[in-house]
Design a protein around this ligand. Structure first.
Ligand code: PA5
Length: 445
């Protein structure tokens, strides 16, 4: 069994895939020969084979220490320095991981911080960590991102107050650039253990670097197996021939659909634990392709939950969307629907069936309904959600994103648009260097 891709419900004909062969090949060459836009940010392609094995061992050691001496592990980061680890932990750990007893989860609670600017969130967090043993992983490639920097300033002071400078330093781990940025300087000065985000790997492509690996290892997950999945994905998805490469088929088909006016892609799952894979995916595609006035808008829904909210729109609303379903073939757990003699709820027709049986029927029923409602449906079949397939799936989407971005004709590896709000915010906050813009904005208020 393997990850497979089914486009039989896409309304596309095989010859249309054939027609995409040349353009996909050109994108493949650009990516692999490093001749396209953003060519300095392609370190993720070979990272699953090139990664620093010595650092990987350090990650495992640090994770073990944290698992031994920590009640609550705080992961401070935003965007690409946040969503990959959260996606993995939510997809692969117990659904109620933080609520399990220490024996059962066999590791610390894991809480993500510094991904918003809410004082309420941080204040509430500080209330619940009181009296617990804490370790922190501050993650920032640039080392200057406002959200994690503010949270870390406050948490660092809290740690030093609680443990004293010496012990606090042993409980703070920094993942950042090897030589540049405020966090690198601060870490060197304070003597934190550090892990490196390579120069040529952008945030949203950094799951397999220490950005993802340390928090994921702290959760007790098998990072070797995850890298193995990515490594096999790298091998399989470098096949040039679109007919033999399901990753390239996905990249090509989403562009064909986009050119037909399907400007929204809705990623669908039937397992709540996949919610953050969708969040990670939204960032990957939104930030990589939404530029130069074009790009598919990436959206996501959790089914069957959202069939009771967004279902109506998907079935009958504006026909400018297509769906991509993540189908986990074998659910991690299942539960039988029992017989009830009185049958007051009329559910006895399901007696002896399992919840996953029902869930799969909901999937097929929805698929046919939405296809009948003229929504092209693409299906990514994943044999099961474990570390190996998580790694492979992440690599599948990363590789497809690089190819898809080049087909679209954008630089998928930059994000100039995210600077605009920051410049305004800094000006409004009175950050030195932004005086002129501050004056301009004041007039607009
Ligand atoms: O993908 C990206 O480049 C961004 O989402 C960044 O990861 C995010 O802005 C965080 O940046 P940094 O790691 O520099 O704090």
């Amino acid at each position: 069994s393997n990850i497979s891709f089914d486009y039989s419900n896409s309304f596309l004909e095989k010859h249309e895939i054939e027609n995409a062969r040349e353009i996909v090949l050109a994108a493949h060459k650009k990516l692999h020969e490093k001749t396209g836009a953003g060519k300095d940010f392609l370190g993720w392609i070979d990272y699953p084979v090139n990664y620093d094995k010595y650092e990987f061992e350090r990650i495992k050691k640090a994770a073990q220490k944290i698992r031994n001496d920590t009640d609550v592990f705080l992961v401070v980061g935003i965007g690409g320095s946040y969503l990959g680890a959260r996606a993995a932990i939510e997809a692969l750990c117990h659904s109620f991981y933080n609520m399990l007893s220490k024996d059962r989860k066999n590791g610390p609670d894991i809480i993500f911080v510094g991904n918003n600017i809410s004082g309420t969130y941080l204040k509430h967090l500080m209330e619940v960590i009181e009296g617990k043993d804490i370790s922190i992983n501050i993650i920032s490639k640039s080392g200057t991102t406002t959200e994690p920097a503010i949270a870390f300033r406050i948490l660092k002071a809290y740690m030093e107050d609680k443990y004293g400078k010496n012990e606090a330093r042993k409980r703070i781990y920094a993942t950042t650039d090897k030589s540049k940025g405020a966090l690198r300087e601060l870490s060197n000065k304070e003597g934190y253990e550090t892990f490196i985000i390579p120069d040529d790997v952008g945030g949203r492509f950094s799951v397999f670097t220490p950005v993802g690996m340390l928090p994921i290892a702290v959760a007790g997950l098998d990072i070797e197996s995850m890298i193995e999945g990515a490594k096999d994905g790298r091998q399989e998805y470098m096949e040039e021939d679109i007919h033999k490469n399901c990753c390239y088929q996905y990249a090509a088909i989403r562009n064909i659909l986009y050119n037909r006016g399907k400007s929204i892609e809705v990623l669908v799952n039937y397992e709540p634990s996949l919610h953050y894979i969708s969040e990670w995916w939204k960032q990957l595609y939104g930030e990589s392709e939404g530029k130069d006035g074009k790009g598919i808008f990436p959206a996501a829904v959790d089914f069957s939950t959202d069939l009771h909210s967004m279902g109506q729109y998907l079935q009958d609303g504006t026909r400018h969307l297509f769906e991509t379903v993540l189908n986990i073939e074998r659910a991690k757990e299942d539960i039988e629907i029992i017989e009830d003699k009185a049958n007051l709820d009329d559910l006895n027709y399901l007696s002896g069936r399992t919840m996953d049986y029902v869930n799969k029927k909901a999937f097929i029923g929805t698929l046919f309904a939405h296809v009948d409602g003229s929504v092209p449906n693409l299906i990514i079949n994943i044999p099961k959600m474990d570390e190996y397939y998580f790694g492979k799936l992440i690599y599948f989407f990363e590789k497809a994103c690089g190819i898809s971005g080049y087909i679209l004709g954008v630089n998928p590896f930059n994000q100039p648009g995210v600077e605009s709000y920051k410049r305004n915010m800094f000006a409004l906050l009175g950050k030195p260097g932004y005086e002129e813009l501050q004056e301009e904005l004041k007039k607009r208020i």
